[in-house]
Design a protein around this ligand. Sequence first.
Ligand code: 5GP
Ligand code: ZN
Length: 140
Amino acid sequence: MASLASCIFCKIIKGEIPSMKLLETESVFAFMDIGPIAKGHCLVIPKHHAAKLTDLPDDQMADILPTIKKLAAATGAENYNILQNNGRPAHQVVDHVHFHIIPKPADAGDKEGLVIGWPTQKDLSKDDINKIFEEMKSKL
Ligand code: 5GP
Ligand code: ZN
């Protein structure tokens, strides 16, 4: 398992920093978020140290979905957001891949859980979108 000496989440996995551990498998660790934005807000992380999701080897993801399913059920939340930030401008603070599980009570409004203001659509014409589409396809 790759790890980074200074990474707080690697330290949590190793038990060097205490955490409220919920679940652990061979490749995944799950614990309560220390700064919850909703009751039951918790984090699922691969044990392999990678800063961004795209840095993570494919085989390190296998346990993530089953773990998210178990934890989402354990929160008792019918509604929830899964949030996964990559890079500072995208609001990533801890540079170790993590999935937030954030329950959203039906009547919470902007008082609890993730508050999303869906951004205004970019002013892109169908031609613009097509150009981007062709460029992306050429890289696949
Ligand atoms: P990000 O903005 O990087 O997606 O979210 C990082 C999350 O990690 C935040 O929700 C923050 O509360 C949580 N966090 C940061 N440091 C610690 C810690 O030492 N222990 C725990 N349990 N959570 C942490
Ligand atoms: Zn790490």
